[in-house]
Write a protein that binds this ligand. Structure first.
Ligand SMILES: Cc1cc2nc3c(=O)[nH]c(=O)nc-3n(C[C@H](O)[C@H](O)[C@H](O)COP(=O)(O)O)c2cc1C
Length: 206
């Protein structure tokens, strides 16, 4: 069982990484492997709505977003981490997730996910709400913790002083491991993902 931890910060070993590392440690203690994938600190191109992914099966840009989607195909769960920029995920994370989910939806579908946010002071909740939307539209069970998944700090050293934030990260890792084991146990006795109806795509509610 493997969980991908996306570090969406331009800072490779910053606060978001520190939070994800705490989740990773808890996963490891529960016998679940994890890998941090760093988004990088150069620009991530946004979706240009060309629709090419529908026929190609992947985004035509063939960059690190495609690499991530390929990796995601064999992963069992996901934690997406972002620093808070003006009360929202940073622009790179939004561009990354827009393209990953639009072009590679099937790599994530039905697999458990959570997001974690890192902020100095405020905006964690709106960032958390924003990121959870990617899971809700893609049949992904959302893993929770004992608080909304946030840490506070401007530096890793400050995050390490946020004892409740770190506790939230550890509980998130344990809950993710628990759900992955439940899914595996279910699969072993023949429980399959439910059938989906995808017949309707309307623009109007009546
Ligand atoms: C452009 C920009 C906008 C930011 N906006 C916020 C904000 O709205 N609220 C907040 O508390 N911190 C804000 N911060 C601070 C970061 O969210 C915070 O330092 C975070 O923990 C950094 O995580 P990282 O080290 O993983 O990049 C902002 C930082 C930058 C660079």
């Amino acid at each position: 069982m493997k969980v991908l931890l996306l570090n969406g910060s331009p800072r490779e070993k910053g606060c978001t990484y520190t939070a994800l590392t705490e989740v990773g440690k808890a996963l490891s203690e529960c016998g679940v492997e994890s890998e941090v994938v760093w988004i990088g600190n150069d620009a991530v191109a946004g979706c240009i709505a060309c629709g090419a992914c529908a026929s190609l099966g992947h985004c035509f840009m063939e960059d690190r977003v495609c690499d991530f989607v390929e990796k995601a195909r064999s992963a069992d769960g996901f934690i997406f981490g972002s620093p808070v920029y003006y009360s929202a995920p940073n622009g790179s994370v939004i561009a990354f997730l827009d393209r990953a989910f639009y072009s590679g939806k099937s790599a994530f579908e039905g697999k458990p996910a959570a997001c974690v946010t890192s902020c100095r002071r405020g905006g964690a909740s709106s960032t958390f709400d924003f990121m959870n939307k990617f899971f809700g539209i893609n049949s992904m069970p959302v893993v929770s913790s004992t608080y909304w998944n946030q840490v506070h700090g401007n530096t890793p050293a400050e995050v390490l002083q946020d004892t409740e934030g770190l506790q939230t990260m550890r509980n998130l890792g344990r809950n993710m491991a628990w759900l992955l084991k439940c899914i595996e146990a279910g699969r072993a006795v023949g429980v399959k993902l439910p059938e989906k109806e995808c017949d309707f795509r309307t623009n109007f509610i009546r």
